[in-house]
Design a protein around this ligand. Structure first.
Ligand SMILES: *Cc1c(COP(=O)(O)O)cnc(C)c1O
Length: 466
C-alpha cells in the first residue's frame, strides 16, 4: 500500500491538529485561498451553502496513516477509511489512489464503493443490524472482510455463503470494556453497548464458527471501536493489551488457532476550536503500532495485520462550509443573531451534541473585530444554532462565512428538513474546483413523491372541507 509514497517525505503538519486545511493561505487582497482557489469567488460561482474539500489535506491525512504504519509497524497493515464520515464516488476514487481501504456500514455505502470500482478485497463491512440483502451484496462482490457483530450476522453469512458455495473472511466485533468520550475514558469488565459481542459471548461465537460454520466462515481476527473524537493514545494501547491477551487465550484454547488480523477501529480526534488538543496522527499511529509490535512479541505471537478505521481524522479538517449571511436580529443586551443560508440540515452536529466550530468572514479577513454574534441557520428549530459567540468584524448581508472542520459527519448526516435542497460538494486542488456532488434542486426534492390517483381529482372528491 505504501509503495505509492516515498518514505520520509511527511513534510506537512499532521492535518488533524490544525484548524484549517493545510493549503489555506491569503492572497494579496487578504482573501482566503484553499487548494489555490479563492473561497469568496467559489461561493459566488457555485452558490451557498457549499461544502469544500481540500484534496491536499485529505492526501496528507491518508499519507499520515499509510506511511506511519508502513514505517512504524513491522508487520502488514491497512488503514480503512470509515466512509460514514463523508462518502461519494469521487472520494472513493481518491481513497483508492491514496492506498486506503474502506470501512462501510450499510448497503448504500457498499454500493457506492462497488459502483466506483473500488477493489473489494480492501473493504470491510461493519454494522450492528446488517440485513440478509446487504450481506448478500457484500458476499456476491467478494468483500475483503465482514465484521460480524452478533449471532444473526454469523447465521446470515453462513446461509448466503453456503448457497453460493463461498467461504467468507470474518472478524468478530467485540466490546472490549474500554469506552472513550473525548477527554476521558473508562475501563470496565463490561460495556453497555449495542455493538459487538460481549466478551462472555465470544467463546460461543468462536466455537460455532469452528464447528457449525466451518465450511462457510473463516475467523480472521477481532475488531473493536472504542469511541470517537478521542484525544489520548493510552486507551488504544490498553485496547491492544486487552485484544492480544484474548488472541493469546484463543490460541491456547482452540488448538493453536492464530488470528491474522487485528482491527482497533477509529476515533482519533481533530481540532475544531482552539480548545482541542488531539495527538497528531503520525504520533498516535506510531505509538499504537509500536505497542502492538512489542506486546505481540512479548506474548510470542506472530504479528497480526494491523487494521485501523479512521473517519473524522481523515477528512474533517479538509472540509469547510461556505454560507452567505442573511437576516440579523439584535436582542438588546442579550445577543445578536446572524442567520446564514444553511444550518442544521447541512450540519446537525451542534444541535445534536453541542459540537463547536470555528469560522471566519471570508471577505473580511484581517478586518478588526467589532462584535460577537451567534450564527444561526434558517431551519424551523430554535436549536438551529451553528456557532455561539463568534467574534466578527462588522457583519453585513451578503458576507461569506467559512466554517472550518466540516469535512466529517456534515454532508453524510445532511437532511432535507424543511425541504431545503442539500448543498453541492466541491473538491479543490491545483487552483481548480471539481464538483463531487451536485447541488440538489427543487426537482430533486420532489422526485420520489407520488400522488395517488384518488388524490389527483381535486374537484371530484366527496370530502368537502367545511
Ligand atoms: C464511526 C466508526 C469509525 C470512525 O470513527 P471516527 O471517529 O470518525 O474515526 C470507525 N469504526 C467504527 C466501527 C465506527 O463505528
Amino acid at each position: 500500500m505504501s509503495s505509492a509514497f516515498f518514505p520520509g517525505d511527511l513534510e506537512q503538519p499532521a492535518p488533524n491538529t490544525s484548524l484549517k486545511p493545510i493549503t489555506y493561505a491569503l492572497d494579496d487582497t487578504n482573501q482566503p485561498l484553499v487548494g489555490g482557489v479563492n473561497l469568496v469567488e467559489l461561493a459566488r460561482t457555485h452558490g451557498t451553502p457549499l461544502f469544500v474539500l481540500d484534496e491536499a489535506t485529505i492526501r496528507a491525512a491518508a499519507k499520515a496513516y499509510t506511511q506511519t504504519l508502513a514505517t512504524a509497524y513491522p508487520g502488514a497493515s491497512l488503514p480503512l477509511y470509515a466512509c460514514k464520515a463523508n462518502m461519494n464516488m469521487g472520494l472513493v476514487k481518491l481513497m483508492e489512489q491514496c492506498g486506503m481501504g474502506l470501512d462501510v456500514v450499510s448497503g448504500g455505502e457498499l454500493y457506492t464503493a462497488i459502483q466506483a470500482g473500488f477493489p473489494m478485497e480492501r473493504v470491510l463491512f461493519n454494522g450492528n443490524n446488517k440485513t440478509a440483502q446487504e450481506l448478500e451484496l457484500a458476499i456476491h462482490h467478494e468483500i475483503g472482510r465482514i465484521s460480524a457483530d452478533n449471532f444473526q450476522d454469523l447465521e446470515f453469512i453462513h446461509k448466503i455463503a453456503a448457497a453460493k458455495g463461498k467461504k467468507v473472511d470474518v472478524l468478530l466485533r467485540i466490546t472490549p470494556g474500554i469506552e472513550c468520550h473525548t477527554h476521558d475514558y473508562i475501563k470496565t469488565g463490561h460495556v453497555d453497548s449495542k455493538f459487538g459481542f460481549d466478551l462472555s459471548q465470544l467463546p460461543v461465537a468462536i466455537e460455532r464458527i469452528l464447528e457449525e460454520f466451518r465450511e462457510t466462515i473463516t475467523l480472521k481476527g477481532l475488531h473493536a471501536h472504542i469511541g470517537s473524537q478521542i484525544f489520548e493514545v493510552k486507551p488504544y494501547e490498553d485496547l491492544i493489551e486487552v485484544m492480544m491477551n484474548i488472541y493469546y487465550n484463543i490460541r491456547e484454547q482452540y488448538n493453536g488457532l492464530v488470528l491474522e488480523d487485528i482491527d482497533v477501529g477509529g476515533g482519533l480526534g481533530i481540532t475544531y476550536t482552539g480548545q482541542d488538543d488531539p495527538p497528531a496522527v503520525p504520533e498516535a499511529v506510531a505509538r499504537i503500532a509500536e505497542k502492538l509490535a512489542t506486546y505481540a512479541k512479548r506474548l510470542n505471537y506472530p504479528l497480526p495485520r494491523l487494521l485501523m478505521e479512521p473517519g473524522r481524522s481523515m477528512i474533517a479538517t479538509a472540509g469547510m462550509t461556505l454560507y452567505s449571511v442573511g437576516s440579523m436580529k439584535d436582542v438588546p443586551g442579550v445577543r445578536k443573531y446572524v442567520a446564514v443560508d444553511g444550518g442544521m440540515g447541512d450540519n446537525i452536529r451542534p444541535a445534536l451534541y453541542q459540537a463547536q466550530y470555528s469560522a471566519l468572514v471570508a471577505n473580511k479577513v484581517g478586518a478588526p473585530v467589532e462584535e460577537t454574534v451567534s450564527i444561526v441557520g434558517k431551519y424551523c428549530e430554535s436549536g438551529d444554532i451553528l456557532i455561539k459567540g463568534l467574534p466578527v468584524p462588522r457583519i453585513e448581508n451578503g458576507d461569506v462565512l467559512v466554517v472550518f472542520g466540516t469535512g466529517a459527519y456534515n454532508y453524510s448526516m445532511a437532511s432535507n428538513y424543511n425541504r431545503f435542497p442539500r448543498p453541492a460538494v466541491v473538491l479543490v486542488s491545483g487552483g481548480k474546483a471539481h464538483v463531487l456532488v451536485q447541488r440538489e434542486t427543487y426537482d430533486t426534492i420532489i422526485q420520489q413523491d407520488l400522488i395517488p390517483a384518488h388524490l389527483r381529482r381535486v374537484n371530484e372528491t366527496s370530502a368537502t372541507p367545511a
